[in-house]
Design a binder for this molecule. Sequence first.
Ligand code: BJW
Length: 263
Amino acid sequence: MESNLWGTRRQRHHQRVTIPDELVRQLRSAQRVVVVTGAGVSAESGVPTFRDAQTGLWAKFKPEELATPEGFQANPRLVWEWYAWRRKMVAAARPNSAHFALREMEKLFPEFHLITQNVDGLHQRAGSSNVIELHGNITRTKCFNEGTIITTSQDSDEVPPRCPQCGGVLRPDVVWFGEVLPESALEKAAEVSANCDVFFSIGTSAVVYPAAALSADALRAGKTVVEINPEPTPLTALAHFVVSGAAGVVVPEIVNRVRSFVS
Ligand code: BJW
């Protein structure tokens, strides 16, 4: 085990990756960089992804029962308890070298936007600022009826707990299938994606919309699109650069290369 530049211990990923020189060159002159992250970025923190075979949450649980408003209405207790289990897992997890490298990336460019589909808050815990959360945050709770964010805890043991304002049931503040994304977050994400110099898609299967359309916005606008993922996705064939590997290895390497670049 070794300590690395990011202050975390690198245990599993000793593989070396090659970052294309042309990508480093473009990043050195880039003014505006956008990164969209998915569950793969938190995989090295021990937070399960959704669609990975064997280890993904959707390999073991049914999304229609657990991640839709209809599923919640049918069995609110089951859904609440599933999220309580995941909330505990996230609280025990620590940001990994990919999260820390993305925090460093923000200092390398005049304009940098980090957009995440993740609900775990690990980017913020790593120190990234102004994170655009597309799918909410699992640590927050809101009223199922009114959507109001609830921060006060209740004495009752009821599961799910009740809204202190209207008596409705509480739910996690995440975006389920069939629900609209937070409007201002999505608008901002689409705007910066179409107006960047380099767009990164990191650790996402790129199948869930509208988040998956952001790379298309960047491509349509003629921007450079980079994918970082150990597995191919629908974006792989379209991206200008594909770096195949774990985010915790590739992202720190990109930051190092951009910092030490000599033209
Ligand atoms: C690594 C790695 C390492 C591993 N390093 N990488 C057709 C039919 C039905 C519905 C639709 C349809 N077409 C479009 C829709 C709508 C639907 C949708 O997109 N469905 C598709 C799945 C087909 N979208 C919606 O419903 C959205 N709302 C919407 O569209 O509103 C408008 C509307 C309303 C009503 C009607 C019509 C339109 C809402 C989507 C909400 C998604 N919610 C979830 C759950 C959040 C809460 C929770 O956490 O429980 O968000 S689902 C889940 O998927 C979660 C994620 O944010 C999201 C994306 O997943 P992600 O992050 O890409 O993870 P994975 O697991 O898929 O991929 C991980 C990747 O990491 C893999 O590629 C690995 O290889 C890689 N990896 N280790 C780097 N170390």
